[in-house]
Design a protein around this ligand. Structure first.
Ligand SMILES: [Zn+2]
Ligand SMILES: [Zn+2]
Length: 181
């Protein structure tokens, strides 16, 4: 008996919430009059453009509205895109959109590369390469080409590979060939 009552009560609450949401969707966000214009974001509606202007200009909905639509577009793009690798760690404040997320990731990668460079300004192979040790030149060139242990830098890679190639290193010649392909 009691369970049935609780069940009925729950049903009633759901119905009430639904009706309230529907009513909200049909009334102007600003003045509560009957809404005739739906905001493109789908979270607001207005009786007239006058009320829309109030919301957009005076209450800052213009920005919020754009964010809602941007987020939704990014969501849709994500849903369409092939499965992506696991989400990278996001540095700093939570990004607002997918594009911001990518920007934050790139900035974080640059920052990490800079930190690596500062922690270890000249990898040992560079010293050997600078002394004219050909295998080290190849190693340093390849490291820069692939961005292994150092930040990827094709100009630097080319410089070292060309030096090794000039000394007759076949692997350096092949690596340059690949780069110029
Ligand atoms: Zn209104
Ligand atoms: Zn809106």
């Amino acid at each position: 008996m009691k369970a049935e009552y609780v069940e009925k009560q729950k049903e009633y609450e759901i119905k009430k919430a639904r009706a309230k949401a529907l009513k909200l969707r049909m009334t102007c966000t600003i003045c509560g009059e009957k809404a005739k214009l739906n905001c493109p974001c789908g979270t607001a509606q207005y009786c007239t453009t006058e009320c829309q202007r109030i919301d957009w200009r005076d209450r800052g909905h213009r920005k919020a509205c754009k964010k809602i639509r941007d987020d939704r577009a990014a969501e849709a793009a994500r849903a369409e895109a092939p499965p992506s690798p696991p989400k990278p760690v996001v540095y700093g404040p939570a990004p607002r959109s997918h594009a911001d997320e990518i920007r934050a990731r790139i900035a974080a990668e640059h920052e990490a590369a800079r930190a690596r460079r500062e922690a270890n300004p000249e990898p040992k192979p560079v010293l050997s390469a600078e002394k004219g040790y050909v295998p080290a030149m190849l190693m340093v060139g390849m490291a820069h080409r692939e961005g292994q242990g150092v930040e990827r830098d094709l100009d630097e890679a080319r410089r070292w590979l060309e030096r090794a190639a000039a000394k007759g290193n076949a692997q350096a010649v092949a690596a340059l060939d690949e780069m110029n392909a």
